[in-house]
Design a protein around this ligand. Structure first.
Ligand code: S0N
Length: 289
């Protein structure tokens, strides 16, 4: 239904990036950058648990997303799960203690909520590349991404009401925006699973492709994005999220405006005059209609 014109389709050379905290490779994720291209790939690497996340996984994901945000050569971030059976099956139930998800330090927490916010606010597009199950908290993670490219074997749904949990934050509100309140109720109350093609019809995913073409297609979307203005994309992202995210959404959009203003002659007139102990001369700047 869409073409990518002359967007290249070669396989990139991926370079693995270590965990800045340990200086070694991550344990729960794989973090890579495509050499010579502005693409980062962050992969949950727990395929034997269908890529369920434990607190450690989320901590590593946040460090990788933070690095991709800070790297000014990166313009698109692919978020995926290792293997073909799952993108992510949500919170690792074996790490769920009496008070939430417990790490080595043995107290409960829900740090995946911070990850959701981080992806939502990250001023670069995050593209969920989904093969297999995206369920429970894993389903919420794909929903907070900017785009979702799904393989034909992808399966989507919430499981919370079956395992005694719910996500009443983005898991409810963004879903309702994406699929409408009636469908959102259906997804949560019945905890049904949906095929990739059903998810596409519901507006949950952008495109469905054969499994063997999943990464190639995702790379094409990234390369097409990378041809476009990073500032236009940045502001579009914060603008699309602004109303739904309330004050925090407005703050992100306003921050984009401030960042751009800092780069103008008018903005610099104030800074340089202050530093030179002079009165700023703003009269030279037009009062635009
Ligand atoms: C994904 C499913 C459907 C795959 O089925 P399949 O292919 O038949 O594989 P299985 O044999 O079931 O699984 C293979 C191995 O992987 C383990 N495993 C799979 N998922 C998990 C998981 N989530 N946690 C721990 N282990 C998992 C299996 O146990 C199996 O291991 P072995 O081989 O040793 O037997 C199917 O696996 C499935 O239904 N999985 C569970 C999905 C689920 O219920 N996820 C949790 C839902 N809740 C959340 O995600 C919490 C979200 C959250 O953090 C949150 C956020 C905001 C607000 C609140 C919360 C909250 O706390 O709820």
């Amino acid at each position: 239904r869409r073409t990518h014109g002359d967007v290249p389709s070669h396989e990139p050379a991926w370079r693995t990036v270590n965990d800045v905290e340990s200086g070694k490779e991550f344990t729960d994720i794989i973090y890579e950058k495509a050499v010579g291209e502005g693409i980062a790939k962050i992969t949950i690497n727990r395929p034997d648990r269908r890529n369920a996340f434990r607190p450690q996984t989320v901590k590593e994901l946040m460090r990788a997303f933070n690095d991709a945000r800070d790297d000014i050569t990166i313009g698109a971030i692919i978020f995926t799960g290792k293997g073909t059976q799952a993108f992510c099956s949500g919170g690792d139930q074996t790490f769920r203690g009496k008070n939430g998800y417990a790490d080595y330090d043995n107290f409960g927490r829900l740090n995946v909520l911070d990850l959701q916010v981080q992806i939502r606010r990250l001023p670069k597009p995050v593209i969920a590349m989904v093969a297999g199950y995206a369920v429970g908290g894993g389903h919420v993670l794909h929903m907070v991404c900017d785009l979702t490219i799904a393989a034909e074997n992808a399966v989507f749904g919430q499981t919370g009401p079956k395992v005694g949990s719910f996500d009443a934050g983005y898991g409810a509100s963004i879903m309702s925006r994406l699929v409408g309140p009636k469908r959102a109720r259906e997804m949560w109350y019945l905890s049904k699973f949906y095929t990739a093609s059903e998810a596409e019809k519901m507006g949950l995913v952008n495109i469905v492709v054969p499994l063997e073409k999943l990464e190639q297609e995702t790379l094409k979307w990234c390369r097409e994005i990378l041809r476009n203005s990073p500032t236009a994309i940045r502001v579009s992202k914060s603008a699309i999220n602004a109303a739904d995210d309330g004050h925090a959404g407005l703050q992100a959009l306003a921050g984009d405006a401030t960042l751009m203003f800092y780069g103008t002659e008018e903005g610099n007139e104030g800074r340089s005059s202050y530093l030179q102990h002079q009165k700023p001369d703003f009269s030279k700047f037009p009062r635009l209609p």
